[in-house]
Design a protein around this ligand. Structure first.
Ligand code: TYM
Length: 323
């Protein structure tokens, strides 16, 4: 059975971009691959944060992943910092990665523009990703489109490592998810909590309604009586993920024939999103009421992950000729 690795940063819970772009396919892959899924708190250190918030953020993310169907009996779910080998392999991979390859990463450029001080972690972020994947000898990596360039770099790093120290790792390939890139509520940039344009799965119903009221729609539709273009409307596009095919067709037709306005589309989407995530929200709240269960699952996951990671590192140290 091939191995899958994927990961998510502990931003608290996830937003619908993470859900459609990644988490949904994590669940679909269970049983078909040997799956390792990680909450990558070391990656999250590259952004400014309050230390007291980190543990609750990790716990919330774990609860939501479990509630979304990431079944710990069918995969290994763990916290990145619990397996020290991630940082060790990252250092080693840094030493086969040209600096220029890192500075040309689109995300590095974007993130560097948004912060006052560019820490070296932002630069080395994709090297840690490569370490995450290779530690488990994963060959398949489900990610959204924003991570494809990082995955290409991970393959390049793999080639360089193999070229320098002898064939050790297979090159990891992406698994493209059906929703490659979900735009934020502004309809311009990708959905991201740090950009303030995200619809969180855990948002209370009233927050979802309020956020969607201000969502981007169809810029060519100025009056309610103008016929809409559901294929280029942000809100109509999202309906397809949360409404049945029949309801989606009906909503699109209402937009096209101008019998329904953008406000109606937004209201319908809000109610569909609320309904869709209701069971997830309830299950996640139940789990959060029993943090000991979450700790147990993540502890077991770390133990399994550590065994595999330690085995890989034995090989790596040998290949490097370390004393
Ligand atoms: P993160 O937490 O930013 O994103 C987690 C996953 O969600 C996907 N995603 C999206 N997909 C569609 N539309 C969006 N707006 C959107 N926003 C996020 C991301 O593509 C990702 O799959 N750096 C990774 C985490 C990571 C990782 C790894 C992934 C660390 N090591 C190794 C794969 C393999 C990240 O983007 O996290």
């Amino acid at each position: 059975m091939e191995t899958v690795f994927s990961a998510i940063q502990p931003t608290g819970g996830f937003h619908i971009g993470n859900f459609l772009g990644a988490v949904q396919s994590w669940v679909d892959l269970l049983g078909k691959y040997r799956c390792f899924y990680s909450i990558v708190d070391l990656h999250a250190l590259t952004q400014d944060y309050e230390p007291k918030d980190m543990a609750p953020r990790v716990e919330e993310m774990a609860a939501e992943l479990l509630a979304a169907g990431v079944d710990p009996d069918k995969c290994t779910l763990f916290v990145q910092s619990h397996v020290h080998e991630h940082a060790e392999l990252e250092w080693i991979l840094n030493c086969v990665t040209p600096y220029g390859d890192l500075t040309r990463m689109t995300q590095f450029k974007d993130k560097s523009e948004r912060v006052e001080v560019v820490n070296a972690g932002i630069l080395n972020y994709p090297v840690l990703m490569a370490a995450d994947i290779l530690l488990y000898r994963a060959t398949r990596v489900p990610v959204g489109v924003d991570q494809v360039q990082h995955l290409e770099l991970a393959r390049e790093i793999t080639r360089r490592f193999n070229g320098r120290f002898g064939e050790t790792f297979a090159e990891p390939m992406p698994i493209h998810t059906k929703a490659l890139k979900i735009l934020g509520l502004d309809g311009k940039q990708k959905m991201s909590k740090s950009l303030g344009n995200a619809l969180q799965v855990s948002d209370a119903p009233d927050v979802i309604r309020k956020k969607l009221q201000n969502a981007f729609t169809d810029p060519t539709r100025l009056r309610k009586t103008d016929p809409g273009h559901p294929e280029s409307c942000y809100v109509c596009g999202l309906q397809g993920y949360f409404a049945s095919p029949e309801e989606t067709a009906r909503l699109h037709e209402g937009c096209r024939s101008a019998t329904a306005g953008c406000v109606d589309s937004k209201r319908a989407l809000a109610e569909n999103v609320i309904r869709y995530f209701e069971p997830l929200r309830e299950k996640s709240a139940e789990l959060r009421a029993h943090p000991e269960k979450i700790r147990q699952i993540l502890g077991d996951g770390a133990q399994t992950a550590r065994k595999v990671a330690q085995e890989t590192m034995r090989t790596v140290r040998e290949k490097l000729g370390l004393y």
